[in-house]
Design a protein around this ligand. Structure first.
Ligand SMILES: Cc1cc2nc3c(=O)[nH]c(=O)nc-3n(C[C@H](O)[C@H](O)[C@H](O)COP(=O)(O)O)c2cc1C
Length: 375
């Protein structure tokens, strides 16, 4: 049994221990169908470039509670180039061929033919459960240089052509779209876009409740997300933005007419959040947060998964950012972060985790150690 399985057992064996009680009863949640796929529970793990690789997905899967997992966004042009020149698949498809389903792979580009070509391979060769297209990325290189991601929100016709061709190429695998509310606050066109997405044959729409110009500023506008729902006749609406607790997930379903929710950033610090949110939606007690000792084990398990793929040197560098996420919000996190971002070998990583990852007894132990050293 891996370390994570052990922590999971610990937590389930103590199910009476719960985090903050959910203040209101769970709402009625409808089954979420994405084409022929039942997403149960209707809580999706968001694609996050640089983070939602196989190791992270594996950890989310071990905790449970996410009805559909997603890869990082994959550049369709790069994929085609690699296939033609190197006969390899992109790093971002690590694990995809063999890992459990359901799994969505997200891709980006602005060319219908390229996207259809890649979609066809993802559906038929990799046999993924869902092919998702990114129409929300606000990052400069994607928007300004490649006229892709959220850039396409200003070109609904092109979006329609992309979706139509990808749907055709992937059938019967469902194709979904992930968008933002619009390019900017003065140019919110999510309702029009939603109708284009549905009309072109997509099987679901996910909406991040910010505009591209917002980047991550301000709060996600869930009223605007919900306004889309009456304009969709056939496909489900998945809301996304700022869900960071089981209570917020329950509230989203209670307050807004949505079919599913998607969680991104909060799950980097708490990959067990899906499991907690799923219990809350079922009206069951919310499983407790892992102890810091269990979190530390989890961190080492994550490190092991990363190193198995990328080797120890690259794995250690990659792990820095994940380690920072795990410590987030804990006493001593700043000190831990300042040390872990400098590690470049597995021994150094282990030493920083051993010495500085927040512990329950925390500060006092460290304070006395440093006093001793200083003395
Ligand atoms: C580091 C990072 C990487 C992201 N990469 C992607 C991506 O590859 N594809 C995508 O559609 N959205 C991406 N997003 C956006 C998230 O999927 C999500 O829409 C956004 O973070 C809002 O959800 P949250 O408030 O739960 O974080 C990324 C977000 C972050 C923070």
């Amino acid at each position: 049994m891996g370390p994570l399985a052990a922590t999971r057992h610990l937590r389930t064996s103590n199910s009476s221990e719960t985090v903050d009680a959910i203040s209101l009863p769970a709402p009625n949640v409808r089954p979420l169908w994405i084409g022929p796929l039942l997403v149960d529970p209707p809580i999706l793990q968001a694609p996050m470039a640089g983070f939602t690789n196989y190791a992270f997905r594996q950890i989310v899967r071990e905790f449970g509670g996410a009805g559909l997992l997603a890869t990082e966004m994959v550049n369709a042009k790069g994929f085609v180039w690699m296939a033609e020149n190197e006969a390899e698949h992109p790093d971002r498809l690590w694990g995809v061929a063999d890992e459990p389903r359901p799994l969505a792979v997200q891709m980006w580009d602005n060319d219908p033919v390229t996207l259809a070509k890649v979609g066809e391979r993802l559906a038929n060769e990799y046999k993924v459960s869902v092919v998702d297209i990114n129409f929300g990325c606000p990052v400069r290189d994607v928007v300004q240089k490649a006229h892709s991601g959220s850039y396409l929100l200003r070109e609904p016709e092109r979006m329609g052509a992309i979706i139509e061709q990808v749907v055709k190429a992937c059938a019967p695998t469902p194709v979904t779209a992930k968008i933002r509310l619009g390019c900017s606050r003065n140019n919110i066109n999510a309702i029009e876009i939603a109708q284009v997405v549905e009309g072109a044959g997509a099987a679901a729409l996910t909406v991040h409740g910010r505009t591209a110009a917002d980047m991550f500023r301000g709060s996600a506008d869930w009223d605007r997300i919900a306004e889309i729902k009456p304009h969709l006749k056939r496909i489900p609406l998945i809301g996304n933005g700022d869900l960071n607790s089981p209570q917020k997930v329950v509230d989203a379903f209670r307050r807004y007419d949505i079919d599913g929710v998607m969680i991104a950033r909060a799950s980097l610090a708490k990959p067990w959040l899906f499991r907690q949110a799923a219990a809350a939606l079922r009206g069951e007690p919310v499983p407790a947060e892992p102890t810091l000792a269990e979190e530390r084990q989890l961190l080492l398990h994550h490190f092991e998964l990363i190193c198995r793929r990328f080797g120890e040197a690259k794995g250690t560098l990659l792990m820095r950012k994940f380690a920072c996420c795990y410590a987030q919000g804990r006493p001593g996190a700043r000190e831990f972060r300042s040390r872990v971002v400098k590690v470049s070998a597995p021994g150094e990583f282990q030493a920083v985790v051993d010495g500085w990852f927040p512990t329950d007894a925390s500060k006092s132990v460290r304070a006395s150690t440093s006093t001793l050293v200083a003395g």
